[in-house]
Design a protein around this ligand. Structure first.
Ligand code: IPM
Ligand code: MG
Length: 355
């Protein structure tokens, strides 16, 4: 089979980690007889530098015409002082919206080999944890009305959190169905003791729970959830939450797996075409030094094979290769604790050898 993949390398370490994932995909293609055709497009700061806007029309068209999209990361100090509407990050929100990717799957599991990297007490993570965060991705405060105005105390800025029943229903459906395929426990996280949008969220989730009697569905307030994640992460199976809460909680969840450099993500809509990216950022401080951990991006490519192309065996082959490399003790600097570490290319070579 032939698959057309749009590559959005982006900024900072983006190009290095995407190139690692491309090498792994090419090798998997050889092994299983698939052809992956890669077409690069500009996004973020790289696009700003080349054409003055963070998300060129051509990039959007290219992504919509592809079978799937692999993205590195966007942003960096060079563009940090630009107005909000042309910041590199705006391109990320823009491409998610243009592709109608309302679901963001962010798995956070503790690798056996990385147990020692988890900052939590060992008795807390004795039995590991395996959480799937289902983050709503195209609604809420990141997309709501915002602006500046004169208020009671003079100049003020505002952003609005707004969720429609339809948006809650479609993300809750994904979450319930994901839970059904896993351990059948869904935690819906909101702030219903304060926010009207959370009260609608909770009401809709409860209504939908009736269609999934086999899934245990519990509500949790977001502040409590932030605490429970470090108190007892194993209590979670699938989490469903809003765009902003999911953004914050997924960073927290990633840190307790040992390194944010390990966590992949899949952004999906109603078609098979998805956007796959590591959950970490562009790490401008280590860009171009060959120090970046490419594993999150390589695992994002594995998620692409599974979710967009239905290539379960090929996907597992990548996941297993990463496991083997970690179990053999190979590390990048972020998970080496000052010990021996491999460069981005070297760890990629190891993963390829183990496919
Ligand atoms: C993420 C990032 C983005 C987000 C930013 C860079 C816009 O933090 O993917 O988690 O908030 O979605
Ligand atoms: Mg984030």
């Amino acid at each position: 089979m032939n698959y057309n993949i749009a590559l959005l390398r982006g900024d900072g370490i983006g190009p290095e980690i995407v190139d690692s994932a491309v090498r792994v995909l090419e090798e998997v293609g050889k092994k299983y007889g698939h052809e992956f055709v890669f077409t690069p497009y500009l996004i973020g700061g790289a696009a700003l530098d080349a054409c003055g806007i963070p998300l060129p029309e051509e990039t959007v068209r290219g992504c919509l015409a592809s079978d799937s999209v692999l993205l590195g990361a966007v942003g960096g100090p060079k563009w940090d002082t630009l107005p909000g509407n042309i910041r590199p990050e705006k391109a990320l929100l823009g491409i998610r919206a243009a592709m109608e990717l309302f679901t963001n799957l962010r798995p956070a599991k503790l690798y056996g080999a990385l147990k020692g990297d988890c900052p939590l007490r060992s008795d807390i993570v004795e039995n590991g944890f395996d959480i799937m965060i289902v983050r709503e991705l195209t609604g809420g405060i990141y997309f709501g009305e915002r602006g500046m105005r004169e208020g009671k105390y003079g100049e003020e800025a505002y952003d609005t959190e707004c969720y429609s029943r339809m948006e809650i229903e479609r993300i809750a459906k994904v979450a319930f169905e994901t839970a059904r395929k896993r351990n059948k426990k869904l935690t819906s996280i909101d702030k219903a003791n304060v926010l009207e949008s959370s009260r609608l969220w909770r009401k809709v989730v409860h209504e939908m729970a009736e269609q999934y009697p086999d899934v245990e569905c519990v509500d949790m307030l977001v502040d409590n959830a932030a605490m429970q994640l470090v108190r007892n992460p194993a209590q979670f199976d699938v989490i469903v939450t809003s765009n902003m809460f999911g953004d914050i909680l997924s960073d927290e969840a990633s840190q307790i797996t040992g390194s944010i450099g390990m966590l992949p993500s899949a952004s999906l809509g109603n078609t098979k075409r998805g956007l796959y990216e590591p959950i970490h950022g562009s790490a401008p401080d280590i860009a171009g030094q060959g120090k970046a951990n490419p594993i999150a991006t390589i695992l994002s490519a594995a998620m692409m094979l599974l979710y967009s192309f239905d290539l379960a065996e090929e996907s597992e082959c990548i996941v297993n290769a990463v496991d083997k490399v970690l179990n053999a003790g190979f590390r990048t600097a972020d998970i080496a604790h000052g010990g021996d570490s491999l460069s981005t290319t070297e760890i990629t070579d190891k993963i390829i050898e183990n496919l």
